[in-house]
Design a protein around this ligand. Structure first.
Ligand SMILES: C[S@@+](CC[C@H](N)C(=O)[O-])C[C@H]1O[C@@H](n2cnc3c(N)ncnc32)[C@H](O)[C@@H]1O
Length: 267
């Protein structure tokens, strides 16, 4: 792993913590509300409408604790961690009960080793694996941290369509006497792993690294560590941000900017 990039990313999230909290608050942005949270709830078995009180959940890279709070409200006992102490302070500021917050680095075997073994029914990582400089230590630690048969649920910026090489395009042409706008994506990198500076929020002051990996990287790392995949979704927004013709949804409603995976420890 590139320790320098990991430190740079931590410093960026430290500096962007207040802006991130302001944007996400308690309800989150459209991506959280429409593309991630409903599918995470479905994967956790909440679709029956019954709170699963016994669920013990580990929220990995929890940011301002938005997901941890929602799950705690539904009756889960949550341990949530992030490597940005500023984000953890902001998360604690919401004062929710039923959540234990920790400052831990998901790339550190030592930090992951401090988590109690075999007590979690579900580990969840919402929109963060591509922010983590090295995810191998996390995948190696999960079989110890989860109870047998436990689940690992994660969402990603779709590695095939929404990666650091993605360019959104609009072209204008005439067809059958009509003027047509064609919206499409140009992508020139997918299979290789690479990092690139980017912005999680459009008005973000300090860029952070994105760690681009193809889908097979996540899947194969799961298989290697004893997981099977039993759910997979590719989600797209129906409606675009009306102020931006090239925003996700709307003209790009056929393209999923986000995907979600549920892995289960086999056996
Ligand atoms: C896009 S935010 C997502 C936050 C939260 N999961 C949510 O759904 O709002 C990515 C988060 O990953 C965290 N992060 C990045 N690298 C990390 C690492 N090595 N260990 C722990 N957290 C990390 C950042 O501090 C940030 O809070």
């Amino acid at each position: 792993m590139n320790e320098e990039q990991n430190q740079f990313t931590r410093e960026a999230w430290q500096k962007n913590a207040a802006g991130w909290d302001e944007k996400m608050g308690t309800e989150g942005n459209d991506f959280f509300k429409q593309l991630q949270f409903p599918t995470i709830l479905e994967y956790m078995g909440f679709s029956t409408g019954l709170p699963l009180l016994s669920k013990k959940v580990l929220d990995i890279a929890c940011g301002n604790g938005i997901l941890a709070r929602k799950l705690a409200t539904l009756g889960c006992k949550v341990t949530a961690f992030d490597f940005s102490s500023n984000l953890i302070d902001l998360a604690r500021g919401y004062g929710e009960v039923g959540i234990e917050y920790k400052v831990l680095d998901a790339t550190s075997e030592q930090d992951l080793g401090s988590l109690e073994p075999a007590i979690y029914d579900v580990a969840v990582c919402n929109m963060a694996l591509f922010d983590i400089a090295d995810i191998d230590p996390l995948f190696s630690a999960l079989p110890r941290i989860l109870r047998p048969g436990g689940f690992f649920i994660f969402s990603l910026l779709h590695p095939a369509f929404n990666n650091s090489s993605t360019i959104k395009m609009v072209e204008e042409y005439e067809q059958d006497g009509k003027l047509i706008n064609k919206y499409s994506l140009k992508i020139d990198r997918y299979l290789g792993q690479y990092s690139s500076l980017g912005l999680a929020l459009s008005n973000q002051e300090h860029p952070q690294y994105y760690f681009n990996r193809p889908l097979q990287y996540y899947f194969q790392l799961g298989f290697k560590n004893g997981f099977i995949i039993d759910k997979f979704n590719e989600n797209s927004l129906e409606h675009a941000d009306t102020k931006r013709a090239l925003s996700w949804g709307g003209n790009f409603a056929e393209i999923p900017p986000v995907c979600l995976v549920r892995m289960r420890l086999d056996g």
